[in-house]
Design a protein around this ligand. Structure first.
Ligand SMILES: Cc1cc2nc3c(=O)[nH]c(=O)nc-3n(C[C@H](O)[C@H](O)[C@H](O)COP(=O)(O)O)c2cc1C
Length: 210
């Protein structure tokens, strides 16, 4: 074989190898996307992990990407201190900056947003999240845990901050009562009850996949 022919064969082989490889990669990516429930995002804020447990139950039933909201400057661990800080933030409208970044939010069309009730309101970090990201045209689904005093104005605030989204009927359940030293409660019988309630709610809003 002439030197120039050998070179041509080599170049062709290398080009084929690369194009074959990129095709295979493309196929793999498509496959991964189709099996990973690419369009559901579950964003949640949780201090004592009750809302986190609800978020995880939702994810088991719908699939999707689970993302915890974290702050650049975490809240104090002391209960009285966080209560007074949150009260001040609610009064002044301060939006705490988030450490969590979601670079590809546009690829999600359904966004669950989960949070505890804080001071009978939507917690400031959730206000930060809803103001930071463009959720126009998406379906937003709020969920909540609280100490038994309910959602307060939180679901209404989600609606107001997502005025260009479709906001579906939310889910709320009693969680911990940190004031009385009752922290994580989503275990045993309580967890089973909550699982059933969540499945029924998801079915009602048309998102019970499995
Ligand atoms: C700063 C702060 C404020 C709270 N305010 C309320 C409230 O106004 N009403 C209520 O029912 N529970 C309130 N709680 C209790 C939480 O909503 C409840 O314990 C919830 O389940 C905690 O969720 P988590 O475990 O995901 O953090 C408050 C808790 C904290 C830390």
């Amino acid at each position: 074989m002439k030197k120039s022919t050998a070179l041509l064969v080599l170049i062709t082989t290398v080009v084929c190898m690369f194009s074959g490889c990129s095709k295979a990669q493309e196929n793999l990516q498509n496959k991964e996307e189709s099996i990973s429930d690419k369009n559901i995002l579950i964003v949640y804020l949780s201090r004592t992990k009750n809302t986190k447990a609800v978020a995880e139950i939702i994810q088991k039933n719908t699939g999707g990407l689970l993302v915890e909201i974290e702050l650049q400057n975490p809240y104090p661990t002391d209960y009285k201190m966080i209560v007074s800080q949150v009260a001040k933030e609610n009064e002044t409208g301060y939006l705490p900056p988030l450490k969590t970044k979601i670079p590809n939010i546009e690829k999600f069309d359904t966004v669950f947003v989960g949070f505890p009730t804080w001071g009978m309101q939507l917690p400031p970090p959730m206000k930060s999240f809803l103001k930071e990201y463009n959720l126009e045209g998406k379906t937003i689904i709020p969920f909540n845990t609280n100490a038994g005093y309910g959602i307060g104005s939180s679901f209404q605030t989600v609606k107001e901050l997502c005025s260009k989204s479709t906001v579906l009927k939310g889910f709320s359940v009693k969680g911990g009562i940190e004031r009385d030293g009752i922290l994580f409660v989503m275990e045993g019988e309580k967890e089973k009850e909550v699982q059933t309630e969540i499945k029924n709610w998801l079915k009602k809003i048309g998102l019970g996949k499995y």
